[in-house]
Structure formats: structure tokens, C-alpha cells
Design a protein around this ligand. Structure first.
Ligand SMILES: Cc1ncc(COP(=O)(O)O)c(C=O)c1O
Length: 411
């Protein structure tokens, strides 16, 4: 028997990418709340010639000469970006939008850097209550020289108490109140909070990273209508686009500060293949975003009911489980009743081709894109129970079921 030659690194890389695409694209149900599947056209644009190109459409002076772009060859690139920005403005009913921020984190910086001077203070939901780790002391605030104070919150299963937040604004006098969480189930009492913030000259910044797709589909609160000054977030969680970010606002005075700061203060190259891909997703959502968002939330609520029906502990039952794409496991009851921790549970599910994170969230955005409907949530709940707390082997059953959903919907 002849020996097979070892794979070159390039062959090995090709094999890994093929294997990943097969595994994540057709052999598992993805229930990660932070992820989504990108439409075929939007994926094609990610692999287009744009992937290696620059453009810099800003008025600038270079060696005494006024130029409006430092590059040539950009006649299509600039039109692509303008088209994506206009689509974002229409979809989010905003006066100004930019698709340039490279991620949700960078989108937050894109608002903070130009609007808050170093030394300023902002309020944010702390990670213990489901807030984004990036806003906790020691991360973004330290890098940018801000002070951050916690918004009083008990956790995502309980609504923010508007009066407590108002008191905190009166006490702390922050330059901004930053709403938005990684663990998010319900909308905020935004009107009341914005009223108090504005009475004290504080900006209201809304990090929609997790719920952007639901806002686009009018299935969650509309932050601009309810008083947010600037909205920003990731474009790849409930929003089913390529990994990246966007930002929008109705405040022309603020956008005049933000837009020029993006280039060179926050980042330079904005990845125009991503912007073309994001533009495609924005246009798709203009057509089918409402149905997508409605299905995603209805699936999350139905899965909450079905999991509870089979004895699996989920938070916020009394409030209908969720108004977002997320469900949160009740980890204390999980341990008491099923003797399993969320990390071990997630690994067990992974072996059974059901992907979740290790911190107790289940998301329904991607399975909704695959075509699962509320009527299918009983089956999904049964697989999660048998393949998780019951310690069964359901991988083959999951694979057979997954194969019945080969195409993305809402594209
Ligand atoms: C609320 C929130 N904001 C910001 C981010 C950062 O987003 P990105 O990974 O797109 O930078 C996350 C990431 O999970 C998040 O949950």
C-alpha cells in the first residue's frame, strides 16, 4: 500500500474551510443568539473584488491640493456605499446612517469618541445584569478615558425600573446614558429615561447590537421614535448581515460630529466588500424584514412555552419569556432540577448538533431563516431536552431533520 502524501498547508486550509462550511451550513441547528446566516447574494459580495479595494471619499487637503478622494478607481465603490447608507436610512427611518463601522464594538466607539470628551461619565447596564462586557470598567471606558457607572438593573428577565434610572441620572449627571445589552429579552422604558436624560443634557445612546434585525422588522421598540439620540450596533446577530456594524441618528448636529471622526480617529479602511454585502441585506430586509422578525420572535416565545411544557427551566415565563430573539435558561433551576451547568449542557448539545453559547442563551434568528415555524418548536424542545438534561444521543435525528431545510428564507 502506497503512503498518501501529507496535505500541504494550503490543502489543509482548503479542507478546513470546506469542512466548516459543511458542518455549520448544513449539519447543525445554530441556536447561538449572537449569530445568523448570511444570504447567498450577500455572501457572494463578500468574496467580490471589493475585498481588496480602498476608497476615501472625504474632502481633504494633501500637499496644498484639495482632493475629494485619496484614491482613483472608486467610481463604483462610492456609489455602493451611498446606496447602502440610503437603504439603512430608509429601513430604520433615520435622517442619517453610516454603514462604515466595522463591528458593534467599533460602532459604539464611533459614537463615543466624537460625542464624549475624555473624562466624561456615562451610565451603562452592568454585565451582572446582562450588559455588554465591553462597557464594564476596564474595557472601552478605560481605553477612551471615560468613567462608567451602572444603570440600576436586576437582570434581563425584569424590566428596568424607569424611576430608579431617572434617580441615577439626577444623582450622577452623566454625559450619556448607554442602553443596550448582550442578554436582552424585553424593550426598555426608553421614553421616560430619555426625558430625564435630556432634561439634564445627557445623550441617550442605544446599542442595538442584539436586536437590530428586530428593530428593522418593527418587532421591537423603535429607539429613535422613543427618544434615543444615536442608535448603533452589530449587523450579524438578529440582523442577518455580514459581520460588521452600522450607526444611525436623526440628529444632524451629532452626525456632523460623528461622520468625519470615523476616518482616522476610530478606523480608516471600512471594508467595502462588507458594505456591499450589508447593503444587500438591508435591501432584502426592506422586502421581507417584517415577516422575518415576526417569525423569529414568535419562534422564541413558542420555544419558551414548549421547553417549559417538557420541564426545562426557562426564565421570564410570567412575562411570556421574551420579546426578542433570545431565551434565557434558568441556570439555578437547571442545576437543582437537572444537575447540569450551562457550560456542560452546551457541550452536550454541541455533540448532538445543536449549537448554543455556554452562558445560557438560546437564539431563534438562524433557525427562523432556515424556515422553522412556531409549530416546529415542540420538536426542537424535545430534542433539546433529550439531547441535554436527559443525556441522550439525538445527533442523527437532528441531522435528518436539518437536511429538510437546505435553503435560507427571507432572502
Ligand atoms: C450589546 C453588545 N454590544 C456590542 C457588542 C460587540 O459587537 P461586535 O462583536 O460586533 O463588535 C456585543 C457583542 O456581543 C453586544 O452584545
Amino acid at each position: 500500500m502506497g503512503r498518501t502524501a501529507p496535505l500541504s498547508n494550503e490543502q489543509e486550509l482548503a479542507r478546513l474551510v470546506r469542512a466548516h462550511n459543511r458542518w455549520r451550513g448544513s449539519e447543525v441547528f445554530n441556536l447561538l443568539a449572537s449569530e445568523n446566516a448570511v444570504s447567498p447574494t450577500a455572501r457572494r459580495y463578500l468574496a467580490s473584488d471589493l475585498a481588496g479595494r480602498y476608497t476615501l471619499p472625504v474632502e481633504t487637503e494633501f500637499h496644498g491640493e484639495r482632493i475629494d478622494n485619496s484614491y482613483t478607481g472608486t467610481r463604483y465603490t462610492d456609489a455602493i456605499e451611498a446606496l447602502a447608507d440610503r437603504a439603512a436610512e430608509r429601513l430604520f427611518r433615520a435622517r442619517h446612517a453610516t454603514t462604515r463601522p466595522l463591528s458593534g464594538h467599533i460602532a459604539a466607539m464611533s459614537a463615543l469618541v466624537p460625542l464624549l470628551k475624555p473624562g466624561s461619565k456615562f451610565l451603562a447596564v452592568p454585565p451582572e445584569a446582562g450588559g455588554y462586557d465591553g462597557y464594564a470598567p476596564g474595557f472601552l471606558s478605560s481605553v477612551l478615558g471615560y468613567q462608567v457607572r451602572p444603570i440600576p438593573a436586576n437582570g434581563p428577565a425584569e424590566p428596568l425600573d424607569a424611576e430608579l434610572v431617572r434617580e441615577e441620572i439626577r444623582r450622577e449627571r452623566p454625559a450619556a446614558v448607554l442602553l443596550g445589552q448582550s442578554f436582552v429579552l424585553f424593550p426598555y422604558p426608553l421614553k421616560e429615561i430619555a426625558e430625564e436624560a435630556h432634561a439634564h443634557d445627557a445623550l441617550v445612546l442605544y446599542d442595538a447590537s442584539h436586536v437590530l434585525g428586530l428593530i428593522a422588522g418593527r418587532e421591537f421598540q423603535d429607539p429613535l421614535v422613543e427618544g434615543a439620540d444615536v442608535v448603533f450596533g452589530s449587523t450579524h446577530k438578529s440582523f442577518p448581515g455580514p459581520q460588521g456594524g452600522l450607526l444611525y441618528t436623526n440628529r444632524s448636529d451629532l452626525f456632523r460630529e460623528i461622520a468625519p471622526a470615523l476616518v482616522w480617529r476610530v478606523f480608516d479602511n471600512a471594508h467595502w466588500h462588507r458594505i456591499a454585502s450589508l447593503g444587500q441585506t438591508l435591501l432584502e430586509l426592506e422586502r421581507v424584514g417584517e415577516e422575518y422578525a415576526r417569525t423569529t420572535v414568535a419562534n422564541a416565545q413558542a420555544l419558551g412555552r414548549e421547553l417549559t411544557a417538557v420541564g426545562f427551566p426557562v426564565q421570564a415565563e410570567a412575562r411570556g419569556f421574551t420579546r426578542s430573539h433570545q431565551l434565557h435558561l434558568d441556570t439555578a433551576r437547571l442545576l437543582a432540577e437537572h444537575r447540569i451547568r450551562p457550560g456542560e449542557l452546551a457541550r452536550r448539545w454541541e455533540r448532538n448538533r445543536l449549537l448554543t453559547d455556554l452562558v445560557g442563551r438560546i437564539g431563534t434568528a438562524e433557525v427562523s431563516r432556515l424556515g422553522l415555524r412556531p409549530a416546529e418548536m415542540a420538536r426542537l424542545a424535545s430534542l433539546l431536552l433529550r439531547g441535554g438534561p436527559k443525556r441522550g444521543r439525538v445527533g442523527a435525528e437532528v441531522l435528518a431533520w436539518r437536511r429538510r431545510y437546505p435553503k435560507l428564507r427571507f432572502v
